[in-house]
Design a protein around this ligand. Sequence first.
Ligand code: MV4
Length: 448
Amino acid sequence: MFGTVLVANRGEIARRVFRACKQLGLRTVAVYSEADRGALHVRDADTAVEIGGAPPRESYLDAERILDAARQTRADAIHPGYGFLSESARFAEAVRRAGITFIGPRPEAIRKMGDKIEARRLMSSAGVSVLPGSFGAVADGAGAEAIAREVGYPVILKAAAGGGGIGMARVEKASDLAAAFAAANRRAQAAFGTGDLYVERYLERPRHVEVQVFGDEAGAVVHMHERECSIQRRHQKLVEESPAPGLPAATKAGLTSAAVAGARAIGYTNAGTMEFLVDERGGFYFLEMNARLQVEHPVTEEVTGLDLVLAQLHVAAGEPLPWPQSAIVQRRAAIECRVYAEDPAKGFLPSPGTIQTLELPSGEGIRIESGIEAGSTVSVHYDPLLFKLIAHGATRAEAIERLAGALDRCVIEGVRTTIPFLRRVVASTEFRQGRVHTQMLEQGAFNA
Ligand code: MV4
């Protein structure tokens, strides 16, 4: 095991990783921007290095400054958290070249999964079902039209370098394709520096279900069951849970075995997530793979009783996965709510400012992952996630009951938060019946 771990991140995830490091007796290094001088994650670490200005480009996205901090503090390993540089193959490669362990997948795996066309092709070759569509970049509107004629309308144009919903366009009919292609191509070029697009048959009102996978350097790959993540707004997840309510047993079995087959096919190591769309009949289709630890990993931890971050540290140090598949069991139900500094009454407008009052719930079945305290400032420069509230129970009903109680006990003054919205979700009949899909917010399911 390495001696010193630097976390190239901030907020709750930096603190989560430090906690795991401390359990193993590892020395911890924080990096922080000017805006984060007083931040909790800085105080959690044994050593902290200021790396630059508040804008992420000048600090948390600056690979050179982070590597300098790692060399200066003699860090043996870097954990990237999520977001920022976590899925940068170039960063993972630079870390490796500096003789430092990257706590995550190999750069090659990050690169392959970052190219959504390549990911789709590799997963399809591995026997994982994908939606009908193109298996390469389409050259122009006419190329897209030829594919769409085969698979049927509506179709969706997606950016090869996209993911997370950026640069997608739904197209209803052939006469709209040329213009939609030009617009999506231009947007992808501007956002990613490459305009490559591919085409898929569009699936209406799907559920988003993902499978946590884990690989070690000896080639073992296991899954840690699924998470239902359909309650999203503009591709930002708001509520995640496991088990996925009402998922047919055959779908569940198909998803998990596809996820493992897909991860094995690319020699995947460390924590990753295979995302799928699930249709009303239980059919499932590979969407993309996230080559990182995800925000919602605590849901899986509460359900299985495993510690994913500890596992990441062990596996990155070259140790085998400690659990055979048979030891990874969904024993409980867990639900996570993401509390953001956003005003749901104003279209989820960001609400930066200073936290004046902060009272967070605790108790049986309640877990909080927080990056803030009273007096913290919520900067416009970063993701406005304040904390995650995770409830678990023996059953989904028990988890919901605990979650509803915990949401009612949260007191936050100084910024607006998504809590009023989350309370409505948890109180709703649709949610309580487990009848969720990705278009619920657009359809106004949880409006006040
Ligand atoms: C789709 C789709 C329907 N059909 N692909 C959105 C994010 C990106 N990862 C893929 N996304 C979608 N791809 C086909 N062929 C609908 C979505 C989608 C979505 C997916 C998951 C969760 C929420 C979503 C919200 C809107 C659209």
